[in-house]
Write a protein that binds this ligand. Structure first.
Ligand SMILES: *[C@@H]1O[C@H](CO)[C@@H](O)[C@H](O)[C@H]1NC(C)=O
Ligand SMILES: *[C@@H]1O[C@H](CO)[C@@H](O)[C@H](O)[C@H]1NC(C)=O
Length: 719
């Protein structure tokens, strides 16, 4: 079969197109035979032919020769896109070399778009495109052709596949899909610095013809920027563009297809180029001289004023650090840089004193922080200015001669004696006299007084170091001319010790002496205490009373540690002989003059075990059973007599009444006694035997009642 390209029905427009499509199509038409013999392909007899006009001029030999010489894809047809003539366009012709005379042949077309886009004349084999084609939508169609017997529909040869390619025409303009564009380039860049590149796309066939061959140019934005026609790289076209002069540029870029030739389609986009800042400008003070004034009593750290150096650059390129580089106030003032406001803040570092110095001059410098070495040759990126600071007088409170005072006074200081003195002055030029007073909240007991004029502190009430060592008070100084100008100062008054306390026993001692103790035995060790607080500590002296020095019973011995031991001089102490000894001891301190006191130690004689453990010091328990003192015996005797008289009286009365004395319950003695009492109800003097008295051991006759009851009981039992 022969497939022929066709141009037979190609309209005039094609001729125009051909001018543009100078590439493969023309070559095809000139060098390739429009009809190609397909014999080598598996016995196929199908031939393809191009334009029938030219087909006629070509011989079979030429076709084969050309085919073998060149590797052209032979089994394809071409059809122009976007063609819309009054008649369907002839794409090509199918032709079989089987003898058409012997059999009637019918051509059948199948595949992409067969019947819908491409129609075949089944007798002639002409293929027409019946629809307008768009290469950008579908660039090629694969179809199958076959010759069959007209009557039997039997295939006369195997089917042949071929392709119809849609031929591109320049029907798409370049487009900048990502535009509009923004780019930045540092100011002061050298000529030819690359800014950015842009890309346009063209939907036309990039491999066929020039429909998609783009060339870029700048329509607007010269002479500042240039573009490379092929790569679309945009570069600076002027050196040293200054951001401070013009920051933003609008560049209009055009892309044109057909290699930029006339007749091509074009598209444009805009590129906004912003120059970025570089540090090409130094800071410059707005003023060369600044004046500030400040009251002398301003708080340290207070901002006194701001100085600002302007910088045409922006961001960190405009940042300056401020310094005080000279002047007579460098020690008193400091300057800090405020990065936000890009200015310098002058602050007070040390207290001012109007009375000492009334004005200061500072030389301040602002220096760019981020220097660009490229421009450092342009001069110093810093500037200086002069700052004059005037100190204003302020009414200041009095100033004490010392921030604190420490006074010392002996505790025996006389009333109204001067303890110490505070002084204060008004620092102002109009120096006001000062009045002193004591802050009474700090001297609630009004221990002290102060002379309002000269600040002398005197003692108002007696001191006692042993009560309070420190009296920490506050003195107030007030300016007479302005009572609101007040200062306070702490005064610590320390009370110094005077030996005004005599030593005494450190505690109440109770000494026990064993009856079986040996001579020289230590009965007790005592220590002394003294409320005073001498510088070198206490040293006590102990002694016995003069009349006791030759005491045969006891002696004393001072110990190393300031304590005293009392020793027994002999053995054989007996509590029956003497139960308690009193030993007065004189203790004196080492003060000047020394003070002494006499403390008496009570020594009790006790019964002890053989190893010296006290067992009994009770004299009463021991004495009673053995014998009573004379007085006690007489008392008991008197009582017995008295009782006997009462009993006799009682018995007489009973007998008189003929009532026997019956005691039924021998065990309840108390009951009996009460009843006995009750029986004597007729008597007036029952009070003398009040049972309460008998039961109360603390009664006036504390000793007698138990004894009485004892006698009563004995008598009862006998009767
Ligand atoms: C008083 O002041 C002195 C000295 O500053 C200090 O040592 C002492 O503790 C203070 N006493 C009182 C009760 O505040
Ligand atoms: C010494 O002890 C005896 C009896 O033990 C006593 O009579 C005498 O008064 C005592 N002397 C002194 C000074 O206590």
């Amino acid at each position: 079969m022969v497939i022929c390209l066709t141009g037979g029905t190609m309209p005039e427009r094609l001729a125009e197109m051909l001018l543009d499509l100078w590439t493969p199509l023309i070559i095809l038409w000139i060098t390739l035979p429009p009809c190609i013999y397909m014999a080598p392909m598996n016995q196929s007899q199908v031939l393809m032919s191009g334009s029938p006009l030219e087909l006629n001029r070509l011989t079979e030999e030429q076709r084969i020769l050309n085919r073998s010489k060149r590797g052209w894809v032979w089994n394809q047809m071409f059809v122009l896109e976007e063609f819309s003539g009054p008649e369907p366009i002839l794409v090509g012709r199918l032709h079989t070399d089987l003898d058409p005379g012997s059999k009637k042949i019918k051509y059948i077309l199948s595949g992409d778009g067969a019947g819908t886009i491409f129609q075949i004349n089944d007798i002639t084999g002409d293929i027409h495109a019946i629809k307008r084609l768009d290469r950008e939508e579908k660039a090629e169609y694969t179809l199958t052709a076959q010759a069959v017997d007209w009557e039997t529909n039997k295939p006369l040869e195997p089917p042949s596949e071929f392709i119809i390619k849609v031929q591109d025409i320049n029907d798409n303009a370049p487009e900048f899909l990502n535009g509009p564009y923004h780019a930045t380039v540092p100011e002061m860049s050298i000529l030819g610095t690359s800014v950015t590149n842009v890309t346009a796309t063209d939907a036309d066939d990039p491999v066929y013809g020039n429909s998609a061959k783009l060339v870029y140019s700048i329509l607007e934005g010269q002479p500042y920027f240039s573009i490379e026609p092929e790569t679309a790289i945009i570069k600076t076209a002027l050196p040293n563009m200054d951001r401070e002069a013009k920051e933003e540029y609008l560049v209009v870029i055009q892309a044109k297809d057909m290699g930029g030739h006339s007749g091509g389609l074009s598209g444009t986009t805009t590129l906004t180029v912003t120059l970025t800042d570089v540090n090409d400008n130094p800071p410059k003070f707005a003023q060369s001289l600044y004046h500030f004034s400040v009251p002398e009593d301003v708080v340290l750290g207070t901002a006194i004023g701001r100085v600002k150096a302007n910088d045409q650059d922006i961001g960190e390129n405009a940042q300056s650090s401020y310094d005080i580089i000279d002047g007579d106030g460098t020690a008193l003032f400091e300057i800090t840089s405020d990065a936000q406001a890009q200015d310098g803040i002058i602050r007070l570092r040390k207290p001012l004193d109007f009375e000492t110095k009334k004005s200061y001059t500072l030389k301040v410098e602002a220096a760019n922080v981020h220097i660009d070495p490229r421009f450092s040759g342009r001069g110093p990126f810093k500037d200086t200015a002069t700052v004059k600071i005037v100190v204003e007088d302020a009414d200041e409170p009095p100033v004490f001669s010392s921030p604190t005072y420490l006074l010392e006074v002996h505790e025996n200081a006389a009333l109204n004696s001067v303890i110490g003195q505070v002084t204060a002055r008004d620092p102002d030029i109009t120096s006001s006299p000062i009045r002193f007073s004591i802050d009474r909240h700090t001297d609630l007991e009004r221990q002290f007084n102060i002379n309002a004029d000269d600040g002398k502190i005197t003692l108002a009430t007696p001191l006692d170091r042993e009560l309070s060592v420190w009296h920490n008070i506050t003195i107030i100084a007030t300016e007479i001319r302005n009572h609101s100008q007040i200062s306070r100062v702490p005064v610590a008054i320390k009370v110094l010790d005077v030996n005004d306390n005599a030593p005494e026993f450190a505690s109440e001692y109770e000494a026990f002496l064993c009856e079986n103790g040996k001579p020289g035995q230590v009965i007790q060790t005592v220590s002394a205490m003294d409320k005073d607080d001498p510088k070198n500590g206490h040293y006590f002296l102990y002694s016995l009373l003069p009349e006791m020095v030759n005491n045969p019973n006891f002696t004393i011995k001072k110990n190393e540690d300031n304590s005293l031991s009392i020793l027994a001089k002999h053995n054989g102490f007996n509590r029956q002989k003497q139960e308690v000894y009193l030993l007065p001891i004189i203790i004196s301190d080492s003060g000047n003059p020394p003070l002494s006191s006499t403390s008496t130690l009570t020594i009790r004689v006790c019964g002890c075990s053989s190893d010296g453990v006290v067992q009994s010091c009770n004299v009463e328990a021991y004495v009673l059973p053995i014998g009573l003192s004379m007085g006690a015996l007489i008392a008991i005797l008197a009582c017995i007599i008295l009782l006997l008289v009462i009993v006799v009286l009682f018995v007489t009365l009973r007998r008189h009444k003929n009532e026997p004395l019956i005691i039924k319950d021998d065990e309840d003695v108390r009951e009996n006694i009460i009843r006995y009492d009750d029986e004597g109800g007729g008597e007036e003097d029952t009070e003398a035997f009040d049972i309460a008295t008998l039961q109360n051991p603390d009664g006036i006759n504390g000793f007698l009642p138990p004894l009485l009851s004892l006698i009563f009981m004995v008598m009862h039992r006998k009767s």
